[in-house]
Write a protein that binds this ligand. Structure first.
Ligand code: NAP
Length: 325
């Protein structure tokens, strides 16, 4: 059974069927108990700006076992109460594993968690994110309350071999793409795959060793990085993921020129605007329309686009999968 995505606009590209997935097998009000299988730092260096961990959780014997797909998320219910004395609400985390989980048997799912460490904007006091720090503090063998799975739109297509993929990730937005890319390469599909990964500093790149190895082992996989706060050239500036559409045009644009191309975007809210602007600049109309629909007047003002225009004046088509928070 598959779910064809609705047409947002008349398009030339063929319908993209997504697989039917299980959802809400476990409700947050009646969570299941799972156990942490492992937890490790997954930044390129341990001396870096952010604290990000790859946390693996054993869901054996729960309804979540074998019931999740790459691209979906699951809920974590932190213990304790909020400042109003109510139990903490569920927080959703992207699954960073392929559909079979970390070991192929559907028992271990993983996620990518960044500790939220901030200063309160009003009081100036230290603010620590409840769920992210709870998850990062958990040790192997600790219990954790989970719900899920969640999400039915941000998935690989039902017939992945019929497509080529350009993935744009910033920060922990890499989580779903780790699972998807591992899955595509495990299935040995012929698809061409490009990952563009954005980080503030080179030290903060996530799963850099994995993607570097996969790119070495698989001719059809290209791994590009975009470091925003380090200059690439002397006296130059850092780059955002969307700039790779210009600097690495030959590696990315050919994938988008056939009706096999799909674009996935995940990470910081706002990154999608820059990607759409760069697509508008780099792709000729016939190549652009399968991804982005906008009229000539809007297009002429591409340099002044803002986020509010997305979905209103700039319409990503069903070949663009977006998850930005
Ligand atoms: P991070 O390490 O701070 O990296 C974000 C990178 O994106 C930085 O290099 C940043 O550059 C750059 N960036 C900022 N604004 C941009 C823009 N408009 N266009 C392109 N690049 C831009 O990221 P993080 O702290 O892990 O945050 C990741 C975000 O992803 C969070 O908001 C999280 O909620 C979201 N996320 C979503 C999902 C999901 O929807 N399923 C899953 C996981 C994560 P500068 O800071 O140097 O400007």
């Amino acid at each position: 059974m598959t779910t064809p995505l609705k047409n947002s606009r008349a398009e030339r590209s063929p319908a993209i069927d997504l697989p039917e997935v299980s959802m809400h097998l476990v409700r947050p009000t009646e969570p299941v108990t799972a156990r942490v299988a492992s937890s490790r730092i997954c930044t390129r260096s341990t001396k870096c700006a952010g604290f990000v961990r790859h946390v693996e959780i054993d869901v054996s014997g729960t309804p979540l076992e074998g019931a999740f797909r790459a691209g979906q998320s699951f809920g974590v219910i932190p213990p304790g109460e909020d400042e109003r004395g109510r139990p903490h609400k569920v927080r959703l985390y992207s699954i960073a594993s392929p559909t079979g989980g970390e070991r192929g048997d559907g028992r271990i799912l993983a996620t990518t968690v960044k500790r939220t460490v901030d200063e309160h904007w009003e009081t100036g006091k230290l603010f620590l994110g409840v769920a992210s720090n709870y998850l990062c503090d958990l040790q192997e063998g600790d219990e954790v309350q989970l719900s899920g799975p969640n999400g039915k739109r941000f998935l690989l297509p039902e017939r992945p071999e019929e497509h080529d993929y350009v993935f744009f990730a910033t920060g922990t937005g890499i989580a779903p793409f780790r699972g998807m890319i591992m899955e595509l390469l495990e299935k040995k599909v012929d698809s061409r795959i490009v990952l563009v990964m954005g980080s503030p500093y080179r030290t903060d790149l996530l799963y850099d060793d994995l993607f570097t190895r996969l790119a070495r082992e698989h001719e059809n996989f290209t791994y590009l990085t975009a470091i925003s706060r380090e200059a690439e050239q002397p006296h130059g500036r850092g780059v955002y993921v969307q700039q790779r559409l210009a600097t690495h045009r030959e590696e990315i644009v050919p994938l988008l020129m056939t009706d096999r191309g799909l674009i996935y975007v995940c990470g910081v809210a706002g990154m999608e605007l820059g990607i759409f602007q760069e697509l508008a600049r780099q792709l000729a109309p016939a190549m652009r329309e399968p991804y982005l629909a906008c009229d000539a007047e809007t297009l002429a003002q591409v340099d002044t686009w803002d986020r509010r225009m997305i979905h209103r004046d700039i319409k990503p088509t069903r070949r663009v999968f977006l998850e930005v928070y």
